[in-house]
Design a binder for this molecule. Sequence first.
Ligand code: NAD
Length: 483
Amino acid sequence: MSVKTPITVARGDGIGPEIMDATLKILDAAGAQLDIEEIEIGKAVYERGVKNGIEESSWESLQRTKVFLKAPITTPQGGGFKSLNVTIRKSLGLFANVRPCVAYAPYVETDHSDMDLVIIRENEEDLYGGIEYRQSQDVMASLKLISRPGTERIVRYAFEYARANGRKKVTCMTKDNIMKLSDGLFHKVFDEIGQEYPDIEQDHMIIDIGTAKVAAHPGMFDVVVLPNLYGDIVSDVAAEVTGSVGLGGSSNVGVDFAMFEAVHGSAPDIAGKGLANPSGLLLGAVMMLVHIGQGEVAGKVHNAWLKTIEDGYHTGEIYREGISKVRVGTDDFCKAVIERLGQKPETLPIADYSGTPAGGMKLPPLKEYPPVERKRIGVDIGLNWGVCNAEMLAEKVQECVTDNLKLQMISNRGTKVWPNGRPETFCADNWRLRFKADDDEEITTSQVIALMDRMNKADLNFTKSVMLYLYDGEPGFTVAQGE
Ligand code: NAD
Protein backbone atom coordinates (compact mmCIF):
# COMPACT_ATOMS: atom_id res chain seq x y z
CA MET A 1 0.00 0.00 0.00
CA SER A 2 1.61 3.32 -1.06
CA VAL A 3 1.84 6.24 1.32
CA LYS A 4 -0.85 8.83 0.83
CA THR A 5 0.18 12.45 0.21
CA PRO A 6 -1.65 14.99 2.38
CA ILE A 7 -3.28 17.78 0.37
CA THR A 8 -5.68 20.60 1.25
CA VAL A 9 -8.86 20.89 -0.80
CA ALA A 10 -11.38 23.75 -1.02
CA ARG A 11 -14.64 23.30 -2.92
CA GLY A 12 -15.14 27.05 -3.46
CA ASP A 13 -18.24 28.82 -4.77
CA GLY A 14 -20.57 28.72 -7.78
CA ILE A 15 -19.65 25.73 -9.95
CA GLY A 16 -16.72 25.00 -7.57
CA PRO A 17 -18.36 22.14 -5.58
CA GLU A 18 -19.62 20.42 -8.80
CA ILE A 19 -16.29 20.47 -10.62
CA MET A 20 -14.34 19.56 -7.46
CA ASP A 21 -16.62 16.58 -6.88
CA ALA A 22 -16.02 15.36 -10.46
CA THR A 23 -12.27 15.95 -10.20
CA LEU A 24 -11.88 14.06 -6.91
CA LYS A 25 -13.94 11.12 -8.24
CA ILE A 26 -11.65 10.83 -11.28
CA LEU A 27 -8.47 11.09 -9.14
CA ASP A 28 -9.80 8.42 -6.81
CA ALA A 29 -10.75 6.07 -9.67
CA ALA A 30 -7.28 6.56 -11.20
CA GLY A 31 -5.63 5.43 -7.96
CA ALA A 32 -4.23 8.75 -6.76
CA GLN A 33 -2.88 8.34 -3.23
CA LEU A 34 -4.24 11.39 -1.47
CA ASP A 35 -4.98 12.17 2.16
CA ILE A 36 -7.46 15.03 1.79
CA GLU A 37 -8.01 17.82 4.36
CA GLU A 38 -10.94 20.05 3.43
CA ILE A 39 -11.12 23.75 4.23
CA GLU A 40 -13.83 26.32 3.57
CA ILE A 41 -12.92 29.49 1.67
CA GLY A 42 -14.74 32.20 -0.26
CA LYS A 43 -18.30 33.51 -0.13
CA ALA A 44 -19.48 31.91 3.15
CA VAL A 45 -16.30 33.01 4.91
CA TYR A 46 -16.52 36.55 3.51
CA GLU A 47 -20.15 36.66 4.69
CA ARG A 48 -18.97 35.83 8.22
CA GLY A 49 -17.06 39.13 8.03
CA VAL A 50 -13.60 37.65 7.37
CA LYS A 51 -12.20 40.30 5.04
CA ASN A 52 -9.76 38.06 3.13
CA GLY A 53 -12.11 35.08 2.72
CA ILE A 54 -10.05 32.51 4.66
CA GLU A 55 -10.14 31.56 8.35
CA GLU A 56 -7.00 31.35 10.48
CA SER A 57 -7.54 27.59 11.02
CA SER A 58 -7.37 27.00 7.26
CA TRP A 59 -3.83 28.41 7.14
CA GLU A 60 -2.84 25.65 9.58
CA SER A 61 -3.97 22.99 7.11
CA LEU A 62 -2.03 24.70 4.29
CA GLN A 63 1.06 24.93 6.52
CA ARG A 64 0.80 21.19 7.15
CA THR A 65 0.14 19.91 3.64
CA LYS A 66 1.89 22.62 1.56
CA VAL A 67 -0.24 21.53 -1.42
CA PHE A 68 -3.58 23.16 -2.21
CA LEU A 69 -6.19 22.03 -4.75
CA LYS A 70 -8.59 24.94 -4.97
CA ALA A 71 -11.90 25.38 -6.77
CA PRO A 72 -12.83 28.90 -7.95
CA ILE A 73 -14.41 31.31 -5.52
CA THR A 74 -16.67 34.33 -5.90
CA THR A 75 -14.87 37.52 -4.90
CA PRO A 76 -17.28 40.07 -3.42
CA GLN A 77 -17.15 43.50 -5.08
CA GLY A 78 -16.20 46.47 -2.86
CA GLY A 79 -16.98 46.44 0.88
CA GLY A 80 -13.29 46.40 1.84
CA PHE A 81 -13.00 42.68 0.94
CA LYS A 82 -9.57 41.54 -0.21
CA SER A 83 -8.99 39.13 -3.09
CA LEU A 84 -8.42 35.68 -1.57
CA ASN A 85 -6.37 34.61 -4.57
CA VAL A 86 -3.92 37.49 -4.17
CA THR A 87 -3.76 36.88 -0.39
CA ILE A 88 -2.94 33.19 -0.83
CA ARG A 89 -0.36 33.77 -3.55
CA LYS A 90 1.44 36.41 -1.52
CA SER A 91 1.18 34.76 1.90
CA LEU A 92 2.52 31.43 0.64
CA GLY A 93 5.15 33.00 -1.63
CA LEU A 94 3.68 31.45 -4.81
CA PHE A 95 5.83 33.51 -7.14
CA ALA A 96 5.13 31.67 -10.40
CA ASN A 97 1.79 31.16 -12.10
CA VAL A 98 2.01 28.53 -14.82
CA ARG A 99 -0.80 28.26 -17.38
CA PRO A 100 -0.49 25.83 -20.28
CA CYS A 101 -2.79 26.85 -23.17
CA VAL A 102 -3.30 24.08 -25.70
CA ALA A 103 -5.60 23.71 -28.72
CA TYR A 104 -7.40 20.35 -29.06
CA ALA A 105 -8.22 20.61 -32.75
CA PRO A 106 -10.07 19.16 -34.53
CA TYR A 107 -12.04 18.00 -31.45
CA VAL A 108 -12.55 21.44 -29.87
CA GLU A 109 -13.31 24.30 -32.25
CA THR A 110 -10.51 26.85 -32.43
CA ASP A 111 -9.05 29.09 -35.13
CA HIS A 112 -5.53 28.07 -34.08
CA SER A 113 -4.97 24.35 -34.20
CA ASP A 114 -1.18 24.74 -33.75
CA MET A 115 -1.46 26.44 -30.37
CA ASP A 116 0.58 24.88 -27.56
CA LEU A 117 2.09 27.51 -25.32
CA VAL A 118 2.73 28.01 -21.63
CA ILE A 119 2.30 31.37 -19.92
CA ILE A 120 4.58 31.92 -16.92
CA ARG A 121 3.34 34.93 -14.99
CA GLU A 122 5.16 36.62 -12.12
CA ASN A 123 2.71 36.40 -9.24
CA GLU A 124 3.79 38.71 -6.42
CA GLU A 125 5.08 42.06 -7.67
CA ASP A 126 4.18 44.79 -10.17
CA LEU A 127 0.95 46.73 -9.64
CA TYR A 128 -0.46 43.90 -7.47
CA GLY A 129 1.25 45.43 -4.44
CA GLY A 130 -1.95 47.50 -4.38
CA ILE A 131 0.06 50.53 -3.21
CA GLU A 132 -2.11 53.44 -4.32
CA TYR A 133 -2.52 57.04 -3.29
CA ARG A 134 -4.93 59.83 -3.94
CA GLN A 135 -2.48 62.61 -4.70
CA SER A 136 -4.92 65.49 -4.98
CA GLN A 137 -8.53 66.34 -5.73
CA ASP A 138 -8.13 64.99 -9.27
CA VAL A 139 -5.20 62.57 -9.42
CA MET A 140 -4.85 58.95 -8.29
CA ALA A 141 -1.56 57.07 -8.40
CA SER A 142 -0.63 53.38 -8.37
CA LEU A 143 2.89 52.19 -7.63
CA LYS A 144 4.47 49.56 -9.87
CA LEU A 145 7.26 47.64 -8.17
CA ILE A 146 9.61 45.32 -10.05
CA SER A 147 12.58 43.88 -8.13
CA ARG A 148 15.75 42.26 -9.43
CA PRO A 149 15.44 39.11 -7.22
CA GLY A 150 11.71 38.77 -8.02
CA THR A 151 12.44 39.03 -11.74
CA GLU A 152 15.45 36.73 -11.62
CA ARG A 153 13.37 34.05 -9.93
CA ILE A 154 10.51 34.11 -12.45
CA VAL A 155 12.79 34.37 -15.48
CA ARG A 156 14.95 31.49 -14.28
CA TYR A 157 11.80 29.49 -13.54
CA ALA A 158 10.70 30.05 -17.15
CA PHE A 159 14.02 28.83 -18.58
CA GLU A 160 14.18 25.85 -16.20
CA TYR A 161 10.56 25.01 -17.05
CA ALA A 162 11.42 25.11 -20.76
CA ARG A 163 14.35 22.74 -20.26
CA ALA A 164 12.45 20.31 -18.00
CA ASN A 165 9.49 20.14 -20.39
CA GLY A 166 11.33 19.90 -23.71
CA ARG A 167 10.30 23.38 -24.78
CA LYS A 168 12.46 25.19 -27.34
CA LYS A 169 11.86 28.91 -26.90
CA VAL A 170 11.15 31.49 -24.17
CA THR A 171 9.62 34.86 -25.10
CA CYS A 172 9.64 37.78 -22.66
CA MET A 173 7.09 40.61 -23.00
CA THR A 174 7.35 44.05 -21.39
CA LYS A 175 6.65 47.70 -22.16
CA ASP A 176 10.22 48.85 -21.59
CA ASN A 177 10.03 51.45 -24.35
CA ILE A 178 7.80 53.40 -21.91
CA MET A 179 8.66 52.04 -18.43
CA LYS A 180 12.40 52.15 -18.91
CA LEU A 181 13.37 51.44 -15.30
CA SER A 182 10.77 48.90 -14.06
CA ASP A 183 9.99 46.96 -17.26
CA GLY A 184 13.54 47.81 -18.37
CA LEU A 185 14.86 45.80 -15.41
CA PHE A 186 12.61 42.83 -16.26
CA HIS A 187 13.91 42.81 -19.83
CA LYS A 188 17.52 43.29 -18.75
CA VAL A 189 17.38 40.42 -16.24
CA PHE A 190 15.75 38.23 -18.92
CA ASP A 191 18.71 38.92 -21.24
CA GLU A 192 21.26 38.32 -18.46
CA ILE A 193 19.77 35.06 -17.17
CA GLY A 194 19.04 33.94 -20.73
CA GLN A 195 22.79 33.78 -21.41
CA GLU A 196 22.96 30.78 -19.06
CA TYR A 197 20.50 28.90 -21.32
CA PRO A 198 22.12 28.95 -24.78
CA ASP A 199 20.18 25.78 -25.69
CA ILE A 200 16.87 27.69 -25.48
CA GLU A 201 15.87 30.15 -28.20
CA GLN A 202 14.86 33.49 -26.66
CA ASP A 203 13.30 36.75 -27.73
CA HIS A 204 11.59 39.85 -26.37
CA MET A 205 8.43 41.58 -27.63
CA ILE A 206 6.71 44.78 -26.60
CA ILE A 207 3.56 43.70 -24.74
CA ASP A 208 0.99 45.33 -27.04
CA ILE A 209 2.14 43.65 -30.24
CA GLY A 210 2.99 40.51 -28.23
CA THR A 211 -0.61 40.22 -26.98
CA ALA A 212 -1.93 40.80 -30.50
CA LYS A 213 0.33 37.99 -31.80
CA VAL A 214 -0.84 35.61 -29.03
CA ALA A 215 -4.43 36.29 -30.09
CA ALA A 216 -3.81 36.04 -33.85
CA HIS A 217 -0.79 33.72 -34.23
CA PRO A 218 -0.43 31.71 -30.99
CA GLY A 219 1.54 29.01 -32.85
CA MET A 220 4.55 31.38 -32.82
CA PHE A 221 4.98 30.93 -29.06
CA ASP A 222 6.30 28.23 -26.80
CA VAL A 223 6.98 29.55 -23.25
CA VAL A 224 6.06 33.19 -22.52
CA VAL A 225 7.31 34.92 -19.33
CA LEU A 226 5.64 38.14 -18.18
CA PRO A 227 5.36 40.57 -15.26
CA ASN A 228 2.22 40.15 -13.17
CA LEU A 229 -0.38 42.43 -14.83
CA TYR A 230 0.55 41.63 -18.44
CA GLY A 231 0.62 37.94 -17.49
CA ASP A 232 -2.88 38.20 -16.05
CA ILE A 233 -4.25 39.67 -19.28
CA VAL A 234 -2.28 37.60 -21.79
CA SER A 235 -3.07 34.32 -20.01
CA ASP A 236 -6.82 34.96 -20.27
CA VAL A 237 -6.44 35.93 -23.94
CA ALA A 238 -4.49 32.72 -24.56
CA ALA A 239 -6.92 30.52 -22.60
CA GLU A 240 -9.86 31.91 -24.59
CA VAL A 241 -8.06 31.34 -27.91
CA THR A 242 -7.75 27.59 -27.13
CA GLY A 243 -11.55 27.37 -27.45
CA SER A 244 -12.86 27.80 -23.88
CA VAL A 245 -11.71 29.17 -20.53
CA GLY A 246 -13.27 25.98 -19.13
CA LEU A 247 -10.32 23.93 -20.45
CA GLY A 248 -7.39 25.65 -18.74
CA GLY A 249 -5.63 24.40 -15.60
CA SER A 250 -3.06 26.38 -13.71
CA SER A 251 -0.44 26.02 -11.00
CA ASN A 252 0.87 28.64 -8.60
CA VAL A 253 4.22 27.56 -7.25
CA GLY A 254 6.70 28.84 -4.70
CA VAL A 255 9.71 27.42 -2.90
CA ASP A 256 7.73 25.53 -0.22
CA PHE A 257 4.08 25.69 -1.27
CA ALA A 258 2.01 25.09 -4.40
CA MET A 259 -1.61 25.74 -5.34
CA PHE A 260 -3.47 24.16 -8.27
CA GLU A 261 -6.69 25.44 -9.79
CA ALA A 262 -8.71 26.11 -12.95
CA VAL A 263 -8.05 29.27 -14.94
CA HIS A 264 -11.73 30.24 -14.93
CA GLY A 265 -13.88 31.68 -12.14
CA SER A 266 -16.94 30.43 -10.25
CA ALA A 267 -19.31 30.88 -13.25
CA PRO A 268 -22.38 31.84 -11.17
CA ASP A 269 -24.49 31.92 -14.37
CA ILE A 270 -24.37 28.10 -14.67
CA ALA A 271 -23.84 27.14 -11.00
CA GLY A 272 -25.96 24.28 -9.62
CA LYS A 273 -27.20 23.21 -13.08
CA GLY A 274 -24.79 20.32 -13.60
CA LEU A 275 -23.51 21.90 -16.83
CA ALA A 276 -19.98 22.98 -15.84
CA ASN A 277 -16.92 21.60 -17.54
CA PRO A 278 -14.61 20.17 -14.86
CA SER A 279 -11.62 20.01 -17.26
CA GLY A 280 -9.80 23.14 -16.02
CA LEU A 281 -9.72 21.94 -12.42
CA LEU A 282 -8.94 18.37 -13.51
CA LEU A 283 -5.93 19.56 -15.55
CA GLY A 284 -4.85 21.65 -12.52
CA ALA A 285 -5.08 18.44 -10.48
CA VAL A 286 -2.92 16.65 -13.09
CA MET A 287 -0.24 19.30 -12.49
CA MET A 288 -0.63 18.68 -8.76
CA LEU A 289 -0.13 14.92 -9.16
CA VAL A 290 3.11 15.56 -11.06
CA HIS A 291 4.21 17.98 -8.31
CA ILE A 292 3.64 15.42 -5.52
CA GLY A 293 5.47 12.67 -7.36
CA GLN A 294 2.45 10.74 -8.70
CA GLY A 295 3.40 11.34 -12.34
CA GLU A 296 2.16 7.94 -13.46
CA VAL A 297 -1.38 8.63 -12.17
CA ALA A 298 -1.14 12.14 -13.67
CA GLY A 299 -0.44 10.61 -17.11
CA LYS A 300 -3.30 8.10 -16.69
CA VAL A 301 -5.81 10.88 -15.85
CA HIS A 302 -4.56 13.23 -18.55
CA ASN A 303 -4.65 10.56 -21.27
CA ALA A 304 -8.16 9.39 -20.27
CA TRP A 305 -9.26 13.02 -20.44
CA LEU A 306 -7.69 13.51 -23.89
CA LYS A 307 -9.43 10.33 -25.11
CA THR A 308 -12.77 11.61 -23.75
CA ILE A 309 -12.31 14.86 -25.68
CA GLU A 310 -11.33 12.89 -28.82
CA ASP A 311 -14.41 10.65 -28.42
CA GLY A 312 -16.57 13.78 -28.58
CA TYR A 313 -18.00 13.77 -25.04
CA HIS A 314 -18.30 17.53 -24.68
CA THR A 315 -19.91 19.88 -22.16
CA GLY A 316 -22.23 22.58 -23.51
CA GLU A 317 -19.72 25.42 -23.90
CA ILE A 318 -17.49 23.40 -26.28
CA TYR A 319 -20.24 21.27 -27.88
CA ARG A 320 -20.47 21.86 -31.67
CA GLU A 321 -22.77 20.00 -34.08
CA GLY A 322 -20.67 18.00 -36.51
CA ILE A 323 -17.60 17.93 -34.24
CA SER A 324 -18.96 16.72 -30.90
CA LYS A 325 -20.68 13.33 -30.42
CA VAL A 326 -22.45 13.50 -27.04
CA ARG A 327 -23.51 16.64 -25.16
CA VAL A 328 -22.79 15.85 -21.52
CA GLY A 329 -23.18 17.55 -18.16
CA THR A 330 -20.54 17.51 -15.41
CA ASP A 331 -21.45 14.04 -14.06
CA ASP A 332 -21.57 12.25 -17.41
CA PHE A 333 -18.32 13.88 -18.48
CA CYS A 334 -16.77 12.62 -15.25
CA LYS A 335 -18.13 9.09 -15.92
CA ALA A 336 -16.76 9.19 -19.50
CA VAL A 337 -13.27 10.06 -18.21
CA ILE A 338 -13.39 7.30 -15.57
CA GLU A 339 -14.46 4.74 -18.23
CA ARG A 340 -11.37 5.69 -20.28
CA LEU A 341 -8.80 5.42 -17.50
CA GLY A 342 -5.99 3.27 -18.90
CA GLN A 343 -6.70 4.36 -22.50
CA LYS A 344 -4.63 6.79 -24.56
CA PRO A 345 -5.62 9.39 -27.16
CA GLU A 346 -5.33 8.27 -30.79
CA THR A 347 -4.35 11.51 -32.52
CA LEU A 348 -3.79 14.12 -29.79
CA PRO A 349 -0.29 13.94 -28.26
CA ILE A 350 -0.04 11.38 -25.42
CA ALA A 351 0.78 12.86 -22.00
CA ASP A 352 3.88 11.36 -20.39
CA TYR A 353 5.12 12.60 -17.02
CA SER A 354 7.48 9.73 -16.28
CA GLY A 355 10.59 11.92 -16.54
CA THR A 356 9.20 15.01 -14.81
CA PRO A 357 10.76 15.57 -11.38
CA ALA A 358 8.47 15.82 -8.33
CA GLY A 359 8.46 18.70 -5.86
CA GLY A 360 8.47 21.43 -8.47
CA MET A 361 11.47 23.23 -9.84
CA LYS A 362 14.58 23.50 -7.70
CA LEU A 363 16.14 26.85 -8.60
CA PRO A 364 19.76 27.74 -7.88
CA PRO A 365 20.39 30.54 -5.34
CA LEU A 366 19.94 34.10 -6.52
CA LYS A 367 22.93 35.71 -8.20
CA GLU A 368 25.04 38.04 -6.12
CA TYR A 369 25.80 41.49 -7.40
CA PRO A 370 28.53 43.85 -6.14
CA PRO A 371 27.07 46.75 -4.13
CA VAL A 372 26.42 49.86 -6.22
CA GLU A 373 27.67 53.31 -5.35
CA ARG A 374 24.84 55.75 -4.71
CA LYS A 375 25.07 59.53 -5.01
CA ARG A 376 22.19 61.85 -4.04
CA ILE A 377 21.90 64.63 -6.62
CA GLY A 378 18.40 66.04 -6.23
CA VAL A 379 14.79 65.64 -5.20
CA ASP A 380 11.38 65.48 -6.86
CA ILE A 381 8.65 67.17 -4.83
CA GLY A 382 4.97 66.62 -5.59
CA LEU A 383 2.48 69.33 -4.70
CA ASN A 384 -1.09 70.42 -5.27
CA TRP A 385 -1.78 73.66 -7.14
CA GLY A 386 -5.22 74.32 -8.54
CA VAL A 387 -4.26 76.91 -11.18
CA CYS A 388 -3.35 75.54 -14.60
CA ASN A 389 -0.36 77.85 -14.99
CA ALA A 390 3.16 76.43 -14.68
CA GLU A 391 4.86 79.85 -15.06
CA MET A 392 3.03 81.20 -12.01
CA LEU A 393 3.90 78.10 -9.99
CA ALA A 394 7.57 78.29 -11.04
CA GLU A 395 7.74 81.95 -10.00
CA LYS A 396 6.38 81.16 -6.54
CA VAL A 397 8.69 78.16 -6.10
CA GLN A 398 11.78 80.08 -7.25
CA GLU A 399 11.36 82.34 -4.21
CA CYS A 400 12.06 79.29 -1.98
CA VAL A 401 15.17 78.17 -3.82
CA THR A 402 18.57 79.05 -2.38
CA ASP A 403 22.13 77.65 -2.51
CA ASN A 404 22.83 74.90 -5.06
CA LEU A 405 19.47 73.06 -5.15
CA LYS A 406 17.82 74.62 -8.22
CA LEU A 407 14.39 74.18 -9.75
CA GLN A 408 15.18 72.29 -12.94
CA MET A 409 11.84 71.19 -14.28
CA ILE A 410 8.10 71.02 -13.55
CA SER A 411 5.96 68.24 -14.97
CA ASN A 412 2.25 67.53 -14.88
CA ARG A 413 1.00 63.95 -15.32
CA GLY A 414 4.55 63.11 -16.45
CA THR A 415 4.83 65.77 -19.17
CA LYS A 416 7.27 68.66 -18.85
CA VAL A 417 5.36 71.95 -18.55
CA TRP A 418 8.21 74.22 -17.35
CA PRO A 419 10.58 75.58 -18.61
CA ASN A 420 9.37 76.04 -22.19
CA GLY A 421 6.16 74.05 -21.77
CA ARG A 422 3.52 74.07 -24.48
CA PRO A 423 0.42 76.16 -23.75
CA GLU A 424 -1.80 73.38 -25.16
CA THR A 425 -0.74 70.85 -22.47
CA PHE A 426 -3.61 70.16 -20.11
CA CYS A 427 -2.63 70.36 -16.44
CA ALA A 428 -4.34 68.57 -13.55
CA ASP A 429 -4.03 69.82 -9.99
CA ASN A 430 -0.98 67.72 -8.94
CA TRP A 431 2.50 68.79 -10.03
CA ARG A 432 6.01 67.39 -9.83
CA LEU A 433 8.94 69.74 -9.26
CA ARG A 434 12.47 68.55 -9.87
CA PHE A 435 15.32 70.18 -7.94
CA LYS A 436 18.95 69.39 -8.74
CA ALA A 437 22.40 70.79 -8.20
CA ASP A 438 24.48 71.92 -11.17
CA ASP A 439 26.71 69.29 -12.79
CA ASP A 440 25.20 66.45 -10.72
CA GLU A 441 26.93 67.71 -7.61
CA GLU A 442 26.12 65.74 -4.43
CA ILE A 443 23.48 67.29 -2.16
CA THR A 444 22.57 66.62 1.49
CA THR A 445 19.29 65.61 3.11
CA SER A 446 19.50 68.79 5.20
CA GLN A 447 19.43 70.89 2.03
CA VAL A 448 16.28 69.08 0.92
CA ILE A 449 14.62 69.52 4.32
CA ALA A 450 15.51 73.25 4.31
CA LEU A 451 13.97 73.63 0.83
CA MET A 452 10.78 71.85 1.94
CA ASP A 453 10.61 74.03 5.03
CA ARG A 454 10.78 77.19 2.90
CA MET A 455 8.10 75.81 0.54
CA ASN A 456 5.89 74.96 3.49
CA LYS A 457 6.21 78.51 4.83
CA ALA A 458 5.28 79.83 1.36
CA ASP A 459 2.04 77.77 1.53
CA LEU A 460 3.18 75.34 -1.16
CA ASN A 461 1.64 72.11 0.21
CA PHE A 462 3.73 69.23 -0.95
CA THR A 463 2.22 65.74 -1.07
CA LYS A 464 5.41 63.73 -1.45
CA SER A 465 9.14 63.81 -2.03
CA VAL A 466 11.43 61.32 -3.78
CA MET A 467 15.21 61.58 -3.60
CA LEU A 468 17.09 61.42 -6.89
CA TYR A 469 20.19 59.23 -6.96
CA LEU A 470 22.85 58.18 -9.41
CA TYR A 471 23.67 54.47 -9.11
CA ASP A 472 27.24 53.88 -10.28
CA GLY A 473 26.81 57.06 -12.30
CA GLU A 474 23.52 55.96 -13.93
CA PRO A 475 20.35 57.98 -13.11
CA GLY A 476 17.91 56.12 -10.84
CA PHE A 477 15.04 58.18 -12.29
CA THR A 478 13.61 58.93 -15.70
CA VAL A 479 13.34 62.26 -17.49
CA ALA A 480 9.87 63.75 -18.01
CA GLN A 481 8.08 63.47 -21.36
CA GLY A 482 9.45 66.32 -23.48
CA GLU A 483 12.33 67.08 -21.08
P1 NAD B 1 -15.92 33.01 -15.06
O1 NAD B 1 -14.65 32.39 -15.52
O2 NAD B 1 -16.51 32.49 -13.80
O3 NAD B 1 -17.01 32.89 -16.22
C1 NAD B 1 -16.84 33.43 -17.52
C2 NAD B 1 -17.74 32.70 -18.52
O4 NAD B 1 -17.19 31.39 -18.77
C3 NAD B 1 -19.16 32.46 -18.00
O5 NAD B 1 -20.05 32.55 -19.07
C4 NAD B 1 -19.13 31.03 -17.48
O6 NAD B 1 -20.37 30.38 -17.53
C5 NAD B 1 -18.12 30.38 -18.43
N1 NAD B 1 -17.40 29.31 -17.73
C6 NAD B 1 -16.40 29.48 -16.81
N2 NAD B 1 -15.98 28.30 -16.38
C7 NAD B 1 -16.70 27.36 -17.01
C8 NAD B 1 -16.72 25.95 -16.95
N3 NAD B 1 -15.90 25.27 -16.16
N4 NAD B 1 -17.60 25.29 -17.73
C9 NAD B 1 -18.42 25.97 -18.56
N5 NAD B 1 -18.45 27.31 -18.66
C10 NAD B 1 -17.61 28.00 -17.88
O7 NAD B 1 -15.63 34.58 -14.94
P2 NAD B 1 -16.50 35.76 -14.30
O8 NAD B 1 -17.94 35.56 -14.65
O9 NAD B 1 -15.81 36.99 -14.73
O10 NAD B 1 -16.31 35.62 -12.72
C11 NAD B 1 -17.23 35.00 -11.86
C12 NAD B 1 -16.68 35.02 -10.43
O11 NAD B 1 -15.49 34.22 -10.38
C13 NAD B 1 -16.29 36.40 -9.94
O12 NAD B 1 -16.70 36.54 -8.60
C14 NAD B 1 -14.77 36.41 -10.01
O13 NAD B 1 -14.20 37.26 -9.06
C15 NAD B 1 -14.46 34.96 -9.71
N6 NAD B 1 -13.16 34.46 -10.22
C16 NAD B 1 -12.49 33.59 -9.41
C17 NAD B 1 -11.31 33.04 -9.85
C18 NAD B 1 -10.60 32.09 -8.94
O14 NAD B 1 -11.12 31.74 -7.89
N7 NAD B 1 -9.41 31.62 -9.31
C19 NAD B 1 -10.78 33.36 -11.11
C20 NAD B 1 -11.52 34.24 -11.95
C21 NAD B 1 -12.72 34.78 -11.48
